[in-house]
Design a protein around this ligand. Structure first.
Ligand code: SAM
Length: 272
């Protein structure tokens, strides 16, 4: 039986609505920089794409906005997201997508079907990322490319002025995810995991967002209070420490030169 890993929409945050808003903010925060890399590594109009762990469909929406003639298959294990993304994309008027309710560990898709695979913020939640990568390798055409994007919580939000208490929050987050079988510091391991999964010609990038460039509202939207509150409820973080983070955050924002940055890690591999 497949282990569930460290992402369950019903339990990761204080509410599902908070979580969906956070995922939307997280797409918007990085999109301009991230999308440039997707294009650099072969995404273009007309391609057949598989997006696994597609969640509410916000990444799919961005791709369909820019490339109306791609065909995207969304693969999602969580029925709530299968329903949400189907409705969301249909109501936005998109047609060239289909959604299957499967796990990345066994998609049941045919061999050699897709030009591009996108797997964003999923590997970090899986107990067995190498076998997940092998499944992606299987469904790509020879010459196809897979783009994996993940966090490494050694480096998450950093601010000027520095907020030392943020470290406590991220260590609590990591303990919670590790306890569920995830790996929130997987970013640094991605090239090695891709190689073990069969990929060649591997590239590695970091994708950055800075409050002065993208605006600080997107940072607020993509962080939110839902996950920290849940960490307190689950006993991974004390309410006293969370209160200190809130005070530190408010003080940081009062500094007229304040800055907020965050990064994601992208690894790309080719099926030879
Ligand atoms: C952090 S969310 C990221 C959603 C989306 N990729 C994004 O970047 O906004 C992780 C997603 O992976 C899905 N997921 C978790 N385990 C999965 C699995 N074994 N197979 C397929 N999807 C899975 C979750 O339900 C969720 O939609």
């Amino acid at each position: 039986m497949e282990q569930q890993g460290s992402y369950q929409v019903n339990t990761i945050s204080a509410s599902i609505e908070n979580e969906i808003n956070r995922l939307k903010g997280q797409v918007e925060l990085f999109w301009d920089n991230e999308f440039k890399h997707y294009i650099e590594y072969g995404l273009e109009d007309g391609k057949s794409i598989v997006e696994i762990g597609s969640g509410p469909g916000f990444v799919t929406e961005k791709i369909l906005q820019s490339f109306p003639n791609v065909q995207i298959t969304l693969v999602e294990r969580e029925p709530l997201f299968v329903d949400y993304s189907g409705k969301y994309l249909s109501e936005a008027g998109y047609e060239n997508f289909d959604i299957i309710n499967k796990s990345i560990m066994n998609t049941e898709l045919p061999d050699n079907k897709f030009d591009i695979a996108i797997i964003r913020l999923l590997l970090e939640h899986l107990p067995d990322p190498v076998n997940a990568v092998k499944e992606i390798y299987r469904v790509l055409k020879p010459g196809g490319k897979a783009i994996f994007v993940d966090n490494d919580f050694e480096m998450h939000i950093m601010t000027y002025p520095h907020i030392p208490e943020l470290r406590d929050l991220y260590e609590a987050y990591c303990s919670s995810r590790y306890a569920e079988g995830g790996n929130p510091k997987i970013g640094r391991e991605l090239p090695y995991i891709l190689k073990k999964g069969g990929f060649s010609n591997i590239y590695f990038e970091s994708i950055n967002a800075h409050s002065e460039v993208v605006g600080e509202d997107l940072f607020f939207k993509s962080e939110g209070i839902g996950i920290p509150v849940k960490l307190v409820q689950d006993g991974f973080l004390s309410s006293k420490k969370l209160a200190k983070v809130s005070v530190g955050w408010r003080n940081m924002l009062k500094n007229e030169n304040h800055s907020i940055i965050r990064q994601l890690y992208m690894a790309v591999g080719e099926k030879m």
